[in-house]
Design a protein around this ligand. Structure first.
Ligand SMILES: Cc1cc2nc3c(=O)[nH]c(=O)nc-3n(C[C@H](O)[C@H](O)[C@H](O)COP(=O)(O)O)c2cc1C
Length: 350
């Protein structure tokens, strides 16, 4: 088993969970700068889309050095597509490759990907094997052409490697992020099956596919699975409803996991991985920094997507209804800057 960075981390791990539409490269850069989570993941990216040569998907694989260790997360249903996507993730200099077997969205699960793989363990096995094989072939010197990477993606990948100064090829740890069952809790059988393929790590979100995000994460189920996983060389992270750093450390001790991933509680709160409680002014300044970076990377035409983050940064403020409603209507960076500066000047006692 290749464990790579998993063996050099300090434990317990408190990492940032991947969240499609939220934890893009900008969000992760800010979180890395102010929160220093142990690990970060890209949003899940379609292996079949990479195989089809979808250039825009390479944006999902942007990351910054401060984030490391950073894992490229891929999803899909066709094992052969994972071979190619794994080679791409490897060539782009990620520290690890994570396979999504937990997404419950109909658009994903009905295609046989994400959490529906819990019902198709043989396909899950094949996906892990092909992911490892794609990375191994790359590490041993095959070219992107030889590995079947679409011609149009190759110059873009080469350019990214040059810009990042990546010259080496490495065997990378392959991990799985999944749920505790499909429509009932079957986590013991499921992890036993996954362990046959010796993933470096398994992350368990303590809900079934059927539960989506309702109810509470079942940490007792995670704990039972952790015992099984710990009888092997694979590590295990728990995930679901963790509120802050203290809660994260408590979950590690109580449920016997090697660490946790924090998802929704990190919205607008990069400090969640630290002991620091920011002032309102700090929150606003980082919101502005996030908006500035977002405008630079995603472009002002996509700026409406920034509104959600601005709301998240100001959610904890008392009596800031007007501020929030103004931020909800912004369409460019200049507007955010003016609203935030005037709020700091007129409403905050410094
Ligand atoms: C908006 C959203 C998008 C998500 N996208 C992904 C994803 O791309 N990959 C993944 O493995 N999990 C994804 N998840 C699941 C989270 O990583 C995490 O497992 C889940 O939110 C439970 O953790 P939490 O209670 O700390 O939020 C997503 C969750 C949310 C809310």
């Amino acid at each position: 088993m290749t464990r790579g960075f998993w063996d050099t981390l300090s434990y317990p791990i408190i990492g940032l969970a991947p969240m499609d539409g939220v934890t893009d490269a900008t969000f992760r850069a800010l979180t890395a700068r102010y929160g220093h989570p142990s690990i970060t993941f890209t949003e899940f990216t379609a292996a079949e889309g990479i195989r089809a040569g979808a250039e825009r998907l390479l944006e999902d694989f942007l990351y910054c050095e401060e984030e490391r260790p950073v894992l490229g997360q891929i999803f899909g249903a066709d094992p052969d597509a994972f071979f190619i996507a794994s080679a791409v993730v490897s060539a782009l200099g990620f520290n690890g490759i994570d396979i999504n077997m937990g997404c419950p969205a109909k658009s994903v699960a009905q295609r046989g990907a994400g959490a529906s793989l819990i019902l198709d363990p043989e396909r899950a096995t094949e996906i892990i094997r092909k992911t490892k094989a794609g990375n191994k072939a790359w590490a041993e010197g095959s070219s992107l052409q030889q590995l079947g990477v679409p011609e149009n993606l190759i110059p873009l990948i080469e350019a990214r490697r040059n810009a990042l100064g990546i010259t080496s090829r490495q065997l990378l740890p392959v991990s799985v992020k999944t749920r505790i069952g499909y429509d009932s809790v079957t986590v013991e059988d499921w992890v036993q099956h996954l362990l046959e393929e010796t993933p470096a790590n398994i992350t368990l979100h303590g809900r079934t596919l059927k539960q989506l995000y309702t109810g509470f994460a079942d940490w007792d189920a995670i704990s039972r699975a952790a015992k099984i996983i710990h009888s092997t060389g694979t590590s295990v992270l728990g995930n679901g409803d963790v509120k802050n750093k203290e809660d994260a450390l408590e979950h590690c001790t109580t449920y016997g996991v090697d660490g946790v991933l924090i998802g929704r509680a990190a919205f607008g709160n990069p400090w969640i991985f630290t002991d620091h409680t920011p002032t309102e002014k700090e929150r606003l300044e980082v919101a502005l920094e996030h908006a500035t970076y977002f405008a630079k990377t995603a472009g002002e035409k996509n700026f409406v997507r920034m509104r959600k983050h601005l709301l998240d940064y100001t959610r904890s403020f008392d009596g800031a209804k007007e501020l929030r409603s103004r931020l909800m209507r912004v369409s460019n960076l200049a507007e955010v800057e003016s609203i935030i500066r005037s709020h700091i000047d007129n409403h905050l006692i410094l």
